[in-house]
Design a protein around this ligand. Structure first.
Ligand code: FAD
Length: 392
């Protein structure tokens, strides 16, 4: 049997649910929306395992603008995503991001700051004495400066965000179904339908790929190359005797990052690209903690010399191996297939802007608010990467 929908969204985590929310929130949209989600517990979803951070400190104007819209949306979420008078609590905290730079990294930090300030971000450049005064727990040896976000930077509870988008989208009429899409059935320049694991076929006027780190696999079933796959990241959770709970998200020049998490702290580092193969297991691993995260943090924050590691969790980036940036827009040949993929380490904060962009494409045929044309699939076919200098 074939069920027929106007829009089928594959993946009902933060991207799929944001797209479903914005689409069904549009008073001019009267179509039927189906969200296919293989696992409503979101056990393996990137969003559920993410740090939920949001920042303005990117180098690419589109990324800065997407995050700026995102944080404004999060602050209004209690009103916009309330259902039956029940408002979601996203657990927003905004102590800023602190990007630390070595002398070699200073020119790029300053260049990024110029772009960010031009776009309205409030970032303060601190020299080492100012850093030491503001953050007495920080060892400033080897640092040339730090860039601190003064507003609209921090983190939220990503699981609460998924549920808030999902609940509101459902309340507005989107249908959610627990099912795995095993193939996009292509008929020439269209996706004619979505084949489910149980053999059922869904026919849809438009299909949105919001399958996270599985997006590349899903696209391949329609004969489309999409350079998005899983990259494993370990988060280490630790206790520290000294209270650093007011610390910002702090990024060492080496790329090691930490932030407070409740009464504890979390730390992470991305491996070098050459040692970062596609992996989709969620096994706990401690090697990077021993070799990189702990030694770096202990040198940068002396109070971290005597930390106690309490646990760790693995998560998978929806990694765009081409240029680490989002891929949003229609496929140039398969016109009824829309990508919302490849956000790498920054999809949670971009979910409102990405969801709105997908909804605009569906309802109006083009971006209405924020022009994300440069993030289209065409740049991959044309081999024109957009290099984002501030990757965490
Ligand atoms: C450790 C870690 C830290 C992070 N930190 C941050 C951060 O601080 N800030 C930030 O903005 N971002 C962060 N991210 C990145 C962010 O989590 C992702 O970019 C974002 O969650 C992508 O959202 P998504 O909905 O596309 O993917 P996901 O959350 O992975 O969801 C994809 C969904 O699609 C479903 N699905 C997949 N295939 C199918 C199919 N064939 N049929 C049906 N359903 C399917 C899956 O079950 C899943 O629920 C982090 C990620 C990790 C792993």
């Amino acid at each position: 049997m074939t069920a027929v929908f106007d829009v089928a969204i594959v993946g009902g985590s933060v991207m799929g649910s944001a797209a479903a929310y914005f689409l069904t929130a549009d008073p001019g949209f009267h179509g039927r929306v189906l969200v296919l989600e293989r696992d409503p517990s979101y056990h393996e979803a990137s969003a559920a395992r993410s740090w939920g951070g949001f920042r303005q400190q990117f180098s690419t104007p589109e990324n800065i603008r997407m995050s700026a819209f995102g944080v404004g949306f999060f602050r209004e979420a209690a009103g916009r995503l309330a259902v039956d008078g029940e408002a979601p609590d996203l657990g927003i905290r905004a102590p800023g991001y602190l990007f630390l730079a070595s002398p070699e990294g200073l020119p790029i930090l300053s260049q990024n700051m110029a772009t960010q300030s031009r776009l309205g971000a409030a970032i303060e450049l601190l020299d080492p004495p100012s850093l030491a005064r503001r953050f007495p727990w920080l060892n400033v040896d080897g640092l040339a400066a730090g860039a601190l976000g003064l507003k609209d930077e921090g983190w939220l509870d990503p699981a609460a965000l998924i549920q808030a988008f999902r609940r509101k989208a459902r309340a507005q009429g989107a249908l959610y179904r627990q099912a795995e899409a095993v193939a996009l059935e292509r008929a020439g320049d269209r996706v004619a339908g979505v084949r489910l694991a149980d053999g059922e076929r869904i026919a849809a006027g438009l299909v949105v790929n919001a399958a996270g780190w599985r997006a590349g696999r899903l696209a391949a079933t329609a004969g489309i190359a999409l350079p998005v796959g899983p990259r494993k990241r370990m988060t280490y959770v630790f206790d520290c005797k000294q209270d650093l709970s007011a610390a910002p998200m702090t990024i060492d020049p080496t790329g090691v990052v930490f932030r407070p998490e409740g009464r504890q702290y979390i730390g992470l580092v991305s491996p070098p690209e050459t040692e970062d193969p596609e992996r989709h297991d969620l096994d706990e691993e401690y090697e990077l903690f021993e070799t990189t995260v702990w030694p770096t943090l202990a040198a940068r924050v002396p109070a971290f010399e005597t930390i106690k590691l309490t646990r760790a969790w693995a998560g998978l980036y929806d990694y765009n191996a081409f240029d680490h940036n989002a891929i949003i827009g229609r496929h140039p040949e398969v016109g009824n297939l829309i990508f919302c993929n490849g956000f790498s380490g920054h999809g949670v904060q971009q979910s409102p802007a990405a969801g709105r962009a997908v909804a605009e494409l569906i309802q109006h045929g083009r971006f209405q608010t924020l022009d994300l044309a440069r993030f289209g699939y065409e740049r991959i076919a044309d081999k024109r990467p957009i290099v984002e200098a501030n990757i965490v």
